[in-house]
Design a protein around this ligand. Structure first.
Ligand code: ADP
Ligand code: MG
Length: 147
């Protein structure tokens, strides 16, 4: 209902859940950005496009979940960009468009199960984003940062 959803904000330190150690770093948005989200947007995994600063636009998967840091009363929004970056980009401006929903949040019985679910999410995101109606949002003027 809220999609596509365009959003831009600073990348902040997450809660070090070790996403990077899993090979799946997630760029966290600041609390302020998260609070600007529609409060009734469903938690779960989404796909869309993302761009750091005025860099290239890449495919992404995004999770909207409950933030353990705030006793799960606040949401967290974390973007995994499907691209290998040379360096971290904390403090930079991340622009995203959220296009579609993949699945709800789940609890996994093992780390292996979690990682393979995320790998499937990434494959699903890639397939969806190759569809012409989704691909066209990559060229949206939103990603050409105004000064
Ligand atoms: P944190 O708990 O601080 O969010 P993560 O392990 O989730 O730590 O790593 C996230 C950080 O990794 C991002 O803020 C960003 O600076 C960096 N990073 C490097 N490559 C990527 C990528 N492909 N997608 C998202 N973040 C990335
Ligand atoms: Mg993170």
């Amino acid at each position: 209902r809220h999609l596509p959803y365009f959003c831009r904000g600073e990348v902040v330190k997450g809660f070090g859940r070790g996403s990077k150690e899993l090979g799946i770093p997630t760029a966290n948005f600041s609390e302020q950005v998260v609070e600007s989200f529609p409060s009734d947007i469903s938690t779960g995994i989404y796909y869309g496009w993302a761009c750091v600063g005025n860099g290239d636009v890449h495919k992404m998967v995004l999770s909207i979940g409950w933030n353990p840091f705030y006793k799960n009363i606040k949401k967290s929004v974390e973007t995994h960009i499907i691209h290998t970056f040379k360096d971290d980009f904390y403090g930079e401006i991340l622009s995203i468009v959220i296009i579609g929903y993949i699945r709800s949040e789940k609890n996994f019985s093992s780390l292996e199960a979690l990682i393979s679910a995320i790998q499937e999410d990434i494959e699903e995101a890639k397939r969806q984003l190759d569809l012409p109606e989704h691909r066209k949002l990559k060229d949206d003027k939103f990603f050409h940062l105004p000064e």
